[in-house]
Design a protein around this ligand. Structure first.
Ligand code: CTP
Length: 401
């Protein structure tokens, strides 16, 4: 898989990071991709058509017309591409893209493209932090584009901060992951997948809460993977800094377990597969203080009461859904996981043991075992994106039985 045989359209705009594009092009061509480069007129101040066309093995276009009077069809290039990458994407090009200011070949091609679009912004740190850039990146995300965030470090201006274009390897990886993640394999087409993710926060007073260290990463990886396989995904997440660049994922952000429960049951009936990866707080303060609690006494007692068990409730109301739970255990792992499978009326449970290094909440990796009533499968330590693939492969195999 990967990028071999893929048609990749790279649009370069006028920033110093343009020099890195040579490495990106060379990497793609080496891996067997076809690369077409286009540039904004300003990009020519930073890199030459000659160097880019030598590496891409195709003419590079900056204008609607070539010197010999031929027409460089933006529509043809846009429809030819399997993916379009705008890198570096300056603040100006980003703004033009999201607002449809079509005054050069790059923007006209972008606006004609039907393929997925990757954007690697690059600009000075204050420009990157400016509300207009933030708003424009958000708009680009809302249009379903993939943003490859700028990295932090020393910038061409000499300032230090976020704004440096992601390294060519990072951009290449994002594109390769896209092709590898089954985005062309629509095995879950027509299915609705409901996923809970992240922690829940249970308020103590207006400024404090009980929470946990769940990052939400596992649930977001599952959502992205399920959507890549053609599913409609409803992702219900507690507070998490994770973002998702996928228009087939409907993200609902909630705070407490009670809110998560209510949101889940808005969608549960129509779900074909439900996966509970959220780390729901088991208990919540009985009363939420209306005012901030003052530190008057030497000790403070907060009475906690049990939260609703969202997954158990899903198990009780299960009709046609394939129901998947998670178990995070520190001892008697397998026994406890199998117990939860029964108790919560699940079809499958994914076990993480905190005794395994690299598994669990905070890491970008996970090590899992999967149990059904009759099967057990153990997996190696992998990135959460790869774990999401293993989980969904397992679910799909079960559905075929
Ligand atoms: N879960 C849930 N609602 C809760 C608690 C847990 O939906 N109030 C779900 C989690 O999303 C996970 C599974 O239940 O899929 C297991 O959660 P875990 O906390 O490990 O199990 P508990 O049943 O809470 O048992 P314990 O904390 O005693 O281990």
């Amino acid at each position: 898989m990967g990028v071999s045989g893929k048609k990749i359209l790279i649009a370069v705009s006028g920033g110093i990071a343009a020099y890195k594009i040579h490495f990106l092009i060379r990497g793609f061509v080496k891996k067997g991709a076809e690369v077409q480069v286009i540039m904004t007129p300003d990009a020519e101040h930073f890199v030459t058509k000659l160097s880019l066309s030598t590496l891409s093995k195709k003419p590079v276009y900056t204008d609607f017309y070539s010197d010999n009077g031929t027409w460089n069809s933006h529509v043809e290039m846009a429809l030819w591409a399997d993916v379009m990458i705008v890198a570096p994407c300056t603040a100006n090009t980003l703004a033009k893209m999201v607002h449809g200011m079509c005054d050069n070949l790059v923007i006209a091609t972008y606006m004609s493209a039907k393929c997925p679009v990757f954007i690697a912004p690059a600009m000075d740190l204050d420009m990157y932090q400016h509300p207009s850039t933030k708003q424009n990146l958000k708009l680009a995300e809302d249009y379903g584009h993939f943003i490859i965030p700028a990295e932090s470090g020393e910038l061409a201006s000499g300032l230090i901060g976020q704004g440096r274009m992601a390294e060519p390897e990072t951009i290449a990886k994002a594109v390769e992951d896209f092709f590898n993640s089954g985005h062309t394999n629509k095995s879950l087409e027509g299915k609705t997948v409901l996923i809970t993710a992240g922690p829940t926060y249970e308020a103590i007073d207006p400024v404090r809460f009980i929470g946990n260290h769940s990052s939400g990463k596992m649930g977001f990886s599952l959502a992205e993977e399920a959507s890549g396989r053609g599913a409609k995904v409803i992702l219900i997440s507690g507070p998490s800094s994770q973002v998702i660049n996928d228009k087939n994922v409907e993200l609902h952000r909630v705070t407490s377990a009670k809110e998560m429960l209510a949101k889940v049951f808005e969608f549960y009936e129509n779900a074909d597969i439900a996966i509970a990866s959220a780390a729901v707080a088991d208990y919540a303060p009985k009363e939420v203080a209306k005012e901030k609690i003052k530190k008057n006494d030497d000790s403070l007692t907060i009475e906690l009461i049990k939260n609703p068990d969202i997954l158990k409730t899903m198990g009780e109301k299960k009709s046609h859904q394939f129901l998947v739970g998670f178990a995070l255990e520190t001892q008697n792992e397998e026994e406890n996981a199998k117990g939860k499978l029964e108790k919560k009326n699940l079809d499958m449970i994914v076990l993480n043991s905190l005794r395994d290094e690299g598994a669990g909440f905070k890491n970008d990796t996970n090590k899992i075992k999967i149990f059904t009533r009759t099967e057990k499968k153990e997996f190696a330590l992998k990135s959460k994106d790869d774990v999401a693939k293993d989980i969904l492969n397992f679910v799909e195999n079960q559905l075929l039985k």
